[in-house]
Design a protein around this ligand. Structure first.
Ligand code: HEM
Ligand code: CU
Length: 542
């Protein structure tokens, strides 16, 4: 690991944190709007409407915070795990600057209220072309990260013919390989549909084809966010808990299953879309339940590993060992609390994925409740936990305040315990999502009774986030004390020597993943692509 690689990770994490700052600030505005406190008129022209805020919120949180954090963290962990530098540090920096340039190009129309199309940018809503172009550059950047990781693996493999790929590096490679396949949908949507259309080169777009290509990438993107959290939970957290990873081969197996199963299931976001045969929707429904299997493997592995740590620390009983985890460590506490809330997200996800029950929750506030448990907590709180060791390490200074960090972590948990179930319930009472609910003429009294709780939960989450930023800024600037050492990877109870060699081969798994995608998607995408007349004109409804 070179100094330049550490600086690279720091640069990515810095951009990610700036994005998260904007993300939680807009989140506060939205929660207040739900609670009946109208802040947008005071924020004009910075934020013009709930929809402007929501576009910022979605783009900054789920596209920028996650992507930049992951592109910073995974190459860093992979290089550590290989015990050798990245194949090309120049390529890595070039990638970083390409992604930053893309971000700036996206941000200009976004800030100017010329791209208030939300992070899903479904046509016929039409943004300024720069919005799409910039996001495309960010996606291309993620491919270059994949390339660099693959080249690094080749160098390593040439020197280590027989050994298993070290676990954290293996998992990072799987994550980026999966995403590079999955992001093809997004790239196709950008290049063939929305960029020519927004430039005025084609007369119209095709909303159904666009949505289909978007969700081709839009479901696997959630695994692109989650797998890095799993990497931390399986390769680092067991040691932080004082234990061992339960099984290295099991962790590898679950990741291979994610590689194969993450993509061919996007229709579960389109159950209500006309023009896709319900037989194919059902296939995607089954495949969605199939990908729940590696999630359960992960759940088992992670809990068994935590338990080994707690028992080594004197934990007893079937459940009570849980109390013996080192709860005084904010990095561990953040990630374990993230896991707990993620269990709720997983259960809710099964409801979303069900062909019939989806109709009850579709496009309601229930979904918002769900996604704040998953990406908003399982991923975000885990990443926060990671920064509690990573930022001190990169800054060469100890964490400014452990107590503040612990308070922050529990406040996020507590805020989310109020915020998310309330939104789930509001959704079940029929309240739509993506709506400036304070302005809705149809506001129901049984929604009104709960809406203040969204505001309370949102304010607590916002306070938690501010404590987080204060602590990190003070850590990086005035933290005093000895420079912390890098966290070591966990050892495994059954180690890599038990992993069969075929798990360490790329071609068969990638071929299987692509084959499954072709089966699940080709008939529908080909039909839509050949039938489309690109006739739907763009709209600016804001
Ligand atoms: C202070 C913390 C946060 C608060 C108060 C908050 C609040 C909200 C609210 C009220 C909405 C619903 C708006 C609507 O549908 O009309 C929303 C949507 C959303 N939030 Fe958050 N949020 C927070 C943090 C996060 C984080 C950390 C993430 C992810 C990393 C996230 C991801 C999302 C996404 C993806 C949506 C849906 C966007 C869309 O429909 O286009 N939020 N948030
Ligand atoms: Cu999905």
């Amino acid at each position: 690991m070179t100094r330049s690689e550490e600086r690279l990770a720091a640069a990515y994490v810095f951009v990610a944190l700036v994005a998260l700052f904007g993300g939680v600030t807009t989140g506060l505005f939205q929660a207040l709007e739900y609670a009946g406190v109208e802040v947008y008129p005071k924020l004009d022209p910075v934020i013009r409407s709930h929809y402007h805020s929501l576009t910022y919120h979605g783009v900054l949180n789920v596209l920028v915070w996650t992507t930049f954090f992951i592109c910073g963290l995974l190459p860093f962990l992979a290089a550590r795990s290989f015990g050798q530098p990245l194949a090309s540090i120049r390529l890595a920096w070039g990638t970083f600057w390409l992604m930053v340039a893309g971000l700036v190009v996206t941000a200009i129309p976004l800030a100017a209220n010329a791209a208030t199309v939300m992070f899903t940018f479904y046509p016929p809503l039409k943004a300024h072309w720069a919005f799409y172009l910039g996001l495309t550059a960010v996606v291309v950047g993620t491919w270059l990260v994949t390339l660099n990781l693959a080249l690094t693996w080749r160098v390593w493999r040439a020197q280590n013919r027989e050994a298993r790929t070290p676990l954290a590096a293996f998992m990072s490679l799987v994550t980026f390989a999966m995403w590079s396949i999955a992001s093809a949908g997004l790239a196709a949507e950008m290049l063939f549909l929305v960029i020519p259309w927004s430039l005025g080169l084609t007369a119209g777009a095709d909303p159904l084809l666009a949505r289909t290509l978007f969700w081709f990438s839009g479901h696997p993107i959630v695994y692109f966010w989650l797998l890095p959290a799993y990497i931390s939970w399986e390769t680092l957290v067991p040691r932080q808990a004082g234990g061992r990873l339960f099984s290295d081969p099991l962790a590898r197996t679950s990741f291979i299953l994610f590689l194969v199963l993450s993509t061919p299931l996007g229709f579960h976001h389109q159950y209500t879309d006309p023009g896709i045969h319900q037989g194919w929707k059902l296939v995607h429904a089954f495949l969605t339940f199939a990908v729940f299997f590696p999630s359960l493997l992960t759940f088992f592995t992670v809990v068994a590993s935590l338990e080994s740590g707690a028992r080594a620390r004197g934990g007893k009983g079937w459940i009570t060992w849980f109390g013996k985890l080192p709860w005084g460590d904010p990095s561990l506490a953040a990630q374990v609390l993230a896991m707990i809330l993620f269990a709720g997200g997983g259960i809710g996800g099964l409801i979303n994925a069900s062909f019939n029950m989806n109709l009850i929750v579709h496009n309601t506030a229930y979904i918002v409740g769900h996604l704040h448990l998953t990406v908003g907590t399982a991923v975000t709180l885990t990443f926060m936990g990671i920064t509690y060791w990573l930022v001190p390490y990169l800054a060469g200074r100890p964490l400014w305040s452990r107590g503040l960090a612990l308070a922050q972590v529990w406040l996020w948990f507590g805020g989310m315990v109020i915020f998310s179930p309330t939104l789930h319930e509001l959704g079940l009472r029929g309240m739509p999502r993506r709506t400036a609910i304070g302005h809705a003429a149809y506001l129901q009294s049984d929604w009104k009774a709960l809406l203040p709780l969204v505001g309370v939960g949102g304010v607590i989450l916002f306070i938690s986030a501010m404590l987080y930023f204060v602590n990190l800024v003070l850590t990086a600037t005035v933290g005093r004390g000895p420079a912390p050492a890098m966290l070591a990877f966990a050892e495994a109870t059954s180690g890599p020597e038990y992993a069969p060699a075929f798990l360490d081969r790329w071609r068969p798994w990638i071929a299987l993943a692509v084959a499954l995608i072709v089966v699940a998607y080709a008939p529908t995408v080909l039909r839509l692509a050949t039938m489309t007349s690109f006739a739907v004109p763009g709209m600016r409804v804001w």
